[in-house]
Write a protein that binds this ligand. Structure first.
Ligand code: DC
Length: 230
């Protein structure tokens, strides 16, 4: 198989597996583009909530997705997200969006639009694409595919620390239940369920630091680049 000199590499995995931070930092170290595909599904969700469209009105939501203007602008510590020209980088992380994004990202026509957009963004190459279906559906020919996971305890503990930094006190058991419910929903949905792609390198991040995860990904990319030269 010939490998593009400007590849797209992919990182998939469940919520709180460490993939977003790792993907963002690896992209920064490589000076590549970081593609946060969860942010794209969150952006549609913001629009649906702003327009007060019912989550069961799939046709209206799909039509909205077909006409949406989403931009991801890379910045020093991640990406800024714009919806119809309006910055929504913070709004996409609210609990309301957390709750509504699940049913919205399950709509087949919404996924088709996002897949098109993701492939367009990836077409220039040198991209770290992160999500749930990057290796299985969007970029199945990626020369490097990673699937990150960690124990539910470790993932809940990470979420607890994140929330406490924001001054929010949360119950660890409730977090575990919430993560398990999201895992179930992501893995059992009809369209593009979360699963490791064929040929994916599994990375268990339970006992790994972010630095070690980034070093591993960057090391694999460097090895790929050096193989291409030889
Ligand atoms: O990674 P995240 O929490 O920002 O993702 C938000 C939601 O979008 C989550 O419910 C999973 C979904 N998602 C998806 O279905 N496919 C992707 N490629 C990325 C995210």
């Amino acid at each position: 198989m010939s490998i593009s000199h400007k590849p797209v590499i992919v990182i998939d995995g469940p919520a709180a597996s460490g993939k977003s931070t790792t993907a963002r930092r690896a992209a920064k170290e490589l000076a590549w583009l970081y593609m946060d595909t969860g942010a794209m599904y969150r952006a549609i969700t913001v629009k649906v909530l702003r327009l007060d469209i019912g989550l069961d009105d799939k046709d209206t939501i799909a039509t909205l997705a077909e006409n949406i203007d989403i931009k991801l602008e890379p910045v020093e510590d991640g990406v800024r997200v714009y919806l119809d020209g309006d910055e929504i980088s913070e709004e996409i992380r609210t609990p309301e969006v957390d709750k509504a994004v699940g049913p919205i990202c399950e709509i087949a026509r919404v996924r088709e639009c996002m897949v098109d957009l993701q492939r367009q963004l990836g077409s220039a190459g040198n991209v770290v694409a992160e999500g749930r279906d990057m290796g299985t559906i969007v970029f199945p020919d990626a020369p490097l595919k990673f699937y990150m996971n960690a124990s539910i305890e470790a993932r809940a503990e990470r979420r607890r620390i994140d929330q406490e930094k924001k001054g929010i006190k949360v119950d660890l058991e409730a977090l575990k239940a919430d993560i398990a419910a999201r895992d179930y929903r992501d893995s059992n949905r009809e369209h593009s369920p979360l699963m490791a792609a064929e040929g994916a390198i599994h990375v268990d991040t339970t006992d790994l630091t972010i630095e070690a995860q980034v070093a591993f990904i960057v090391g694999q990319v460097r090895a790929l680049e050096s193989d291409q030269k030889n």
